[in-house]
Write a protein that binds this ligand. Structure first.
Ligand SMILES: [Zn+2]
Length: 303
């Protein structure tokens, strides 16, 4: 009926490369993604305010997102299967010789015109041969637990400031200066990085690890033993499997930093947690959707 995969496999299944600036198969060439020169990465920060309603106050917020930026553009057009197939893919087949899987291989990249610039098609997916494929509202689904693990690893490694793993590093601090109004995070004149508001260290960090090791108990079979993932000497969590991250994200993150971090940081983190709780729940009730909308705003607050 449809596919469920992680984001790299999405690329092989859909024929749209999920790397680089055009990685989003929905925004396509309408993306607001931009390049971070010091971190040497593409960033999708502040790409989401365009999905808010036209007169939403956050669209005019020049302070908390990319600095001095007002978002007036609307969300990218949601293309139907017919529009994607006949106006985008077939056009690439005719004009630039986009190949099918049997010609270019499962993940083959023939350098066709415009690739990486205004489209990311590397093949015409074989799924389009299914007679019903273009009538699907949704053709490819993402496996939430993969995304949840990436989110969790990055959050916890940044909060605990794990060397080489934290997203808070000298290069990201340099990029912040040109992109955000966050004076308190910019490198000082002698090149030092001030301690950020979202870091748990010292006595607070010891308490956090002690809590995980000694106090947290789950019902039998609910999760593997999280205490064995605590590496107190190394000040980090190790060997967390996807499911461990899932349990931590949904059950512990809403309370873990309530007393260890400032209230607004804790709220943002538990907002991310409830986002995953809502998209994982099988039935989306109206209250959930309302909550989700509120929490998207929380997620958008740069932590
Ligand atoms: Zn997108």
């Amino acid at each position: 009926m449809w596919t469920i995969s992680d984001f790299p496999a999405y690329s092989m299944l859909s024929g749209w490369t999920t790397h680089g600036r055009l990685a989003c198969p929905y925004c396509m060439d309408e993306t607001d993604a931009f390049w971070l020169p010091n971190e040497r990465k593409t960033s999708w920060f502040d790409c989401h305010r365009r999905f808010l309603s036209r007169n939403h106050a956050l669209r005019r917020n020049k302070k908390n997102f990319r600095k001095n930026r007002v978002v007036s553009n609307s969300s990218p057009l949601e293309l139907t299967g017919d529009e994607i197939l006949f106006e985008r893919i077939e056009d690439c087949v005719r004009s630039y010789g986009l190949g099918v899987t049997t010609e270019v291989g499962g993940n083959g990249h023939l350098p066709i015109q415009g690739y990486g610039e205004y489209h990311n098609w590397h093949k015409k997916s074989i799924f389009w041969e299914l007679p019903y494929w273009r009538h699907h509202k949704l053709r490819h689904n993402l496996d939430v637990m993969h995304i949840e693990k990436n989110f969790f690893d990055n959050i916890i490694n940044t909060v605990l400031n794990v060397p080489q793993k934290s997203k808070d590093n000298p290069n990201s601090r340099k990029d912040i200066k040109s992109i955000c109004l966050r004076k308190e995070l910019e490198l000082t004149e002698d090149g030092k990085a001030p301690v950020p508001v979202f870091r748990v260290f010292g006595e607070a960090q010891k308490n956090f690890f002690r809590w995980l090791k000694d106090d947290i108990k789950f019902p039998d079979g609910y999760s593997s033993n999280l205490a064995r993932c605590v590496d107190i000497g190394g000040n980090k969590l190790t060997g967390m499997k996807s499911h461990d991250c899932h349990v931590f994200m949904q059950r512990l993150l809403p309370i873990a930093f309530a007393e260890l971090l400032p209230h607004h940081v804790h709220e943002s983190l538990s907002g991310i947690s409830s986002f995953f709780r809502v998209i994982c729940s099988r039935t989306l009730k109206l209250e959930d959707i309302t909550m989700l909308k509120q929490n998207i705003v929380l997620v958008d607050v740069p932590v």
